[in-house]
Structure formats: structure tokens, C-alpha cells
Ligand binder design. Structure first.
Ligand code: SF4
Length: 267
């Protein structure tokens, strides 16, 4: 078995959902414009660090989806997102706060860790680089609303950043948040993960992996509406046995896809 952050977090959110996704092969159809745009934007960032034309890369990648029928959120359109992307790339170059010394090695950096069971845990980290001259793990996010400021302390509780810190042993972590709003903005949020947090996370991974290997796939007990996680679960229609919606929203690809552990740029 090879585990990833995405797999473990899905299991922790709902064991039944994990089974649908990773054992039965049910996946959401990829029609969300925000998700696809996030991937295109990440490729444009890679082009920027490789000294290539990032705007041209964004148009080339995002252009693939121009005529596709995608789900756009309110006020979004292909043109508007392209325009925001270009604006954010210009802003990012002007800020000039992030350095990646070896882009081919340090972007989407693959980190392997062995678990006690002998299985592997693989992380693909957006970037290993320098923010304001401090070496850190960097995670890119594209979003339509600002993240809470660092002063809230919430960033140090971000499970994905804790996971990457555990995987690499690097304490300093950062989120670079590309906010697609009326006036685009980039947030550079930094925090430090403690050794204790890394050890706790390591124990969580080991315990979760052993539950998966024991075949424990119980449905989540659920919380009453409107906080019920089932409402936003990709596999809701399977639990509701709504065949029409299953056919419209999901696609079944038996066996885990090799993209399972590519953590998404878009929230
Ligand atoms: S709908 Fe609820 S119970 Fe069913 S898989 Fe999703 S989170 Fe789990």
C-alpha cells in the first residue's frame, strides 16, 4: 500500500467515503472550473520559476477548457478567471518574495516515508523553497475568499501543512494564497510546526493505516444539518442510492487513480 495525505484525510472524514473512492473507484466528474483553473495556474507558476512565459502557459493550459461545459461558481467565467490569473501572476512577480533554487527538483517535490507496517507514505509538496529568505515548505492555494490572518494561529493547525512538516522534518511552512476577488490579492502566510505536532501526526497516520488495512469502513455517524459533512460529500448520492444523480455526478474507475495523492491546489 502507498498512502497519501488525501487518502488519510478522506478516511478520517468518513470511512465509507474512503471505501467508495479508493476501493470501489467512485470519483466526482472533473467539471468544476475552480479546480481545473487551480491546476492550470499551478503550471503557470512552474513556468515562472523555470524562467518561461507564465502568462502564455496559463493561456495554453486554461485554453484547453475554454469551450468545455464546466461548472462555474457565481460571477465566474472563463474570461474572468483568465484575467484574474494574469493579474495574480503579475502581482506575484512584482512581490518577488518566493525563491525556488531548483524548480525541476523542488516543485511538486516527491517525498517518501516508510510506515511501521512497511507501507509507504508519499507526499507531493507544491514547493520546497524560500519565502522572505526563510527555507520552508510552500503550499499554493487559489481561492475566491481570503484566508484568516496569521494572527489567529489557525495556520499552525492546518493538517496538510502538519503532514508535510512530518514528511520532511521541516518546521517552517507557508501558504501562498492567490485570492481571485474583485481586486486580486496574494496572502503570504507563515507558521511553524512543532516536533510534538509532527510526532502526533505520525501516530495518527500509523493508526489510520492500520484501520484501513483491517478493512474498517464504517459510515460517518453524521452531524445534524447544516453542519452535516454528508451535504458536501462527493459520495452522497451513493449513500442516498440516487441512481440519476450518481450517473450525472460520478464516474467509476476501478482501482485507485495515479492522481490520488496529488493534493489539489484549489480548496
Ligand atoms: S454521504 Fe455521509 S455517510 Fe455517505 S460517504 Fe459521504 S460522508 Fe460518508
Amino acid at each position: 500500500m502507498t498512502y497519501s495525505y488525501t487518502q488519510i484525510s478522506q478516511y478520517l472524514r468518513c470511512q465509507r467515503s474512503y471505501r467508495y473512492r479508493y476501493l470501489d473507484g467512485w470519483q466526482e466528474k472533473e467539471t468544476k472550473a475552480s479546480l481545473l483553473f487551480g491546476r492550470c495556474f499551478e503550471k503557470a507558476l512552474a513556468a515562472y520559476f523555470c524562467g518561461e512565459d507564465s502568462t502564455a502557459t496559463l493561456f495554453k493550459e486554461w485554453g484547453v477548457w475554454r469551450e468545455a461545459t464546466l461548472e462555474y461558481s457565481k460571477n465566474d467565467s472563463w474570461d474572468r478567471m483568465a484575467h484574474q490569473g494574469v493579474h495574480l501572476l503579475e502581482l506575484f512577480a512584482r512581490d518577488n518574495r518566493v525563491r525556488i533554487h531548483d524548480p525541476r527538483r523542488d516543485l511538486q517535490a516527491k517525498i517518501n516515508r516508510s510506515l511501521l507496517s512497511g507501507n509507504d507514505f508519499v507526499s507531493y509538496i507544491d514547493a520546497l523553497g524560500y519565502l522572505d529568505e526563510t527555507r520552508c515548505i510552500i503550499d499554493w492555494k487559489t481561492t475566491t475568499s481570503r484566508y484568516p490572518d496569521e494572527s489567529t494561529g489557525l495556520l499552525a493547525l492546518d493538517p496538510q501543512l502538519i503532514c508535510y512538516s512530518w514528511a520532511t522534518g521541516i518546521s517552517d511552512v507557508a501558504l501562498v494564497v492567490f485570492v481571485r476577488k474583485q481586486t486580486p490579492e496574494i496572502q503570504y502566510l507563515k507558521t511553524s510546526i512543532t516536533e510534538e505536532q509532527r510526532q502526533e501526526f505520525g501516530r495518527l497516520i500509523e493508526t489510520t493505516a492500520s484501520q484501513i488495512e483491517a478493512g474498517q469502513f464504517l459510515p460517518h455517524s453524521g452531524i445534524r444539518f447544516p453542519q452535516n459533512g454528508c451535504v458536501s460529500c462527493a459520495h452522497l448520492e451513493l449513500c442516498l442510492e440516487n441512481q440519476t444523480m450518481i450517473e450525472s455526478k460520478l464516474v467509476r474507475r476501478p482501482g485507485a487513480s495515479d492522481l490520488d495523492w496529488l493534493d489539489q491546489l484549489e480548496d
